[in-house]
Design a protein around this ligand. Structure first.
Ligand code: SF4
Length: 625
């Protein structure tokens, strides 16, 4: 219904209405003109040779006395038909050339991409002329020439669109699931690039029409006794001094038909674009009713209540973070753990105000240092909230020296002079144990090792007096020794600066070592909130703990794994999202969604059958589920 409504609205616009009228005219003439006026257009009248416009012949006659208006109308079928055929050849070849690099070996793929790049650099008509000479003079040669001349542009478009779709999570998921390359292309990539291709092909048909008229005009397109608008135009130009109107009819036909294709393309593009914009403008789905967050402590530096992050998609809103609630006290270290896609990093980005449009962040409460995060100024946030990313190489500008980048924070937020700010940068680099800090401050990021870059990133956060450091997988890219150094540095920073830490990690062992409290996320929700070291009660937390490897792990036993995969954010099932992977799942689990309930001091769990029996290595507490 929405699709039909969008089309109706588009056709009511001046461009939409014109395109519909012109297209209908072109189609009707293509079908009916040869049937109605074919004989009249071919009738030779030796008494009316080379006449100018008259009541009987509005555009005059040709050198055999044939009516030029009728011939122009009859030529519609051949002119438009050949243009559509050439466009189909171009689009088909382009799709093949554009998708082949994805399935060919790397070298062959590169070669093909290079060939397409070179072909795109040629002007289209020039390439068509070159190919027309190769394929031979005549209708067939011209169709092939124009078709293959337009193929490189289609191929380039397909390559670009495919590359953008290939990076999306569902393609990665299909690849990991073992879907073959060709199937991946046909089932997952091509269906998602169809709409822009159709828009481009429609506009391309207009260009093909002009190119065809050009080739026929030059005498290498349609040959006698057949005729299209290009040939009529050429014949008209031959007698332009005797009958100027003779060239007018085919020229007007070329312009009007070209305009029809272009306007149809514009209308289709508008419908596709409007649909996307409408989807984006619609409000994200209303949050489900959740129990309110317990009153946060008075010294809470961060309060998050019912946080949701939503992104618009072609089929509606996807909500990867679905009602997350927690608070962080001043100086507290909290870890957020979960598998990829659990929503932990998006939660970190949302509390750092780094979710970019078209993502939408909503929350019942989202407060930092007692103020709504949405209204905090950049200046306040810039010095009080520090962010440490997984890959500091991408967080530093590779073209600027490290010290200058750190100093910029103090120049901007503390009003220090350049010299003072640089001195502070050197001091902060020394504070995070970067050796020879003054010399290092004058170096570029690529001259730092991975661990040193991460320390410099933490040093950048310490240019102000941060109340909260959000560290998103800060040790994932580092080896174990450096990982330990960075974690120690975070802990020391917490002690010396009094900063709270929100540590995002997929590694539950890292969080256990560094944090006092742990939030376990699954499918965009917190499923357990527990003090580190307390017995885990949620089956997912227990499975994560069981899959953790340490020096005490029995090497003779196979590693524990959690079967299955987390659901995609847009395919979260009803009931408990973990039910499909949970050994304790009951009928209730599959239909009712458990909410986060108190489960002991400082402990909350979202599970219908929490397990109170502890895992080995933890203090034992008996209880019934
Ligand atoms: S609610 Fe049921 S399915 Fe979900 S984790 Fe608990 S026991 Fe497993």
């Amino acid at each position: 219904m929405a699709r039909r409504g969008t089309w109706t609205a588009a056709l009511r616009t001046p461009v939409g209405a014109c395109s519909a009228v012109l297209l209908a005219l072109v189609v009707v003439l293509s079908v009916l003109a040869p049937l109605l006026w074919g004989d009249g257009a071919a009738a030779i009248d030796t008494d009316a040779i080379g006449q100018g416009p008259s009541g009987a012949h509005p555009f005059g006659t040709d050198s055999l006395g044939r009516d030029l208006l009728l011939r122009t109308l009859v030529a519609t079928r051949l002119s438009v038909g050949l243009a559509v055929l050439a466009t189909a050849i171009g689009a088909g070849t382009g799709v093949v050339l554009g998708t082949l690099p994805a399935v060919l070996p790397r070298r062959a793929a590169r070669l093909l991409i290079a060939v397409v790049d070179i072909a795109v650099a040629f002007p289209g008509l020039l390439l068509a002329l070159f190919l027309a000479v190769i394929f031979g003079v005549g209708t067939h040669g011209a169709v092939l020439a124009i078709g293959f001349a337009t193929a490189p542009a289609f191929a380039r478009l397909v390559q670009t669109l495919s590359a953008s779709v290939s990076g999306r999570d569902f393609v990665a998921a299909a690849r990991i699931a073992g879907v073959g390359r060709i199937r991946l292309l046909v089932r997952h990539v091509l269906p998602n690039i169809g709409e822009p291709l159709v828009v481009n092909a429609t506009i391309g048909a207009g260009s093909a029409l002009l190119a065809f008229a050009g080739l026929s005009f030059l005498g290498i397109g349609v040959q006698a006794p057949d005729y299209d608008w290009g040939r009529l135009l050429r014949e008209g130009l031959d007698g332009i001094y005797v009958n100027p109107a003779a060239a007018l009819a085919p020229a007007a036909a070329v312009v009007l038909a070209g305009l029809a294709f272009n306007l149809v393309g514009e209308t289709v593009a508008a419908v596709v674009g409007v649909r996307t914009r409408l989807t984006r403008r619609a409000a994200p789905p209303a949050p489900a009713e959740r129990p309110a967050l317990p009153e946060p402590p008075a010294d809470a530096v961060l309060v998050v209540d019912n946080l949701r992050v939503a992104f618009p998609g072609p089929n509606g809103w996807t909500v990867p973070v679905r009602g997350v609630s927690f608070s962080v006290r001043a100086g507290e270290a909290i870890g957020v753990v979960g598998e990829s896609g659990s929503g932990k990093s998006l939660t970190a980005l949302a509390v750092s105000r780094l979710v970019e449009a078209p993502g939408v962040v909503t929350a019942d409460r989202l407060e930092f240092a007692g103020k709504p995060l949405a209204t905090a100024s950049d200046r306040e946030l810039g010095t009080a909230l520090a962010m440490v990313f997984q890959d500091p190489m991408t967080s530093f500008n590779p073209a600027r020296r490290v010290g200058g980048q750190l100093a910029e924070v103090s120049e901007r937020h503390h009003g220090l002079s350049r010299r003072q700010a640089f001195a502070r940068a050197v001091d902060r680099l020394a504070a995070v144990r970067v050796p020879a800090a003054e010399r290092r401050a004058r170096q570029y990021p690529h001259e730092f090792s991975g661990g040193m870059r991460q320390r410099a990133m933490i040093g950048m956060g310490l240019m102000g007096r941060p109340k909260l450091i959000v560290a998103d997988e800060p040790t994932t890219a580092l080896d174990v020794t450096v990982q330990r150094q960075v974690l120690r540095l975070l802990a020391r920073t917490r002690e010396t600066e009094g900063a709270a830490i929100l540590l995002i990690s997929h590694d539950i062992a890292v969080v256990s070592q560094t944090c006092e409290r742990m939030l376990v996320m699954y499918a965009g929700r917190v499923v357990e909130d527990l003090p580190t070291g307390a017995p885990a009660q949620h089956p997912y937390t227990r499975a994560l703990l069981a899959a953790t490897v340490d020096l005490d792990t029995d090497r003779d036993r196979p590693l524990e794994v959690i079967p299955g995969r987390p659901p995609e954010p847009d395919q979260v099932p009803g009931g408990c999202a973990f039910a499909a992977r949970c050994p304790l799942a009951s009928d209730r689990c599959r239909t009712e969604d458990p909410v986060l309930e108190p489960a002991g001091k400082g402990h909350r769990v979202a599970c219908w059958h929490p397990q109170v029996t502890v895992l080995s290595g933890q203090s034992h507490e008996e209880g019934a589920a």
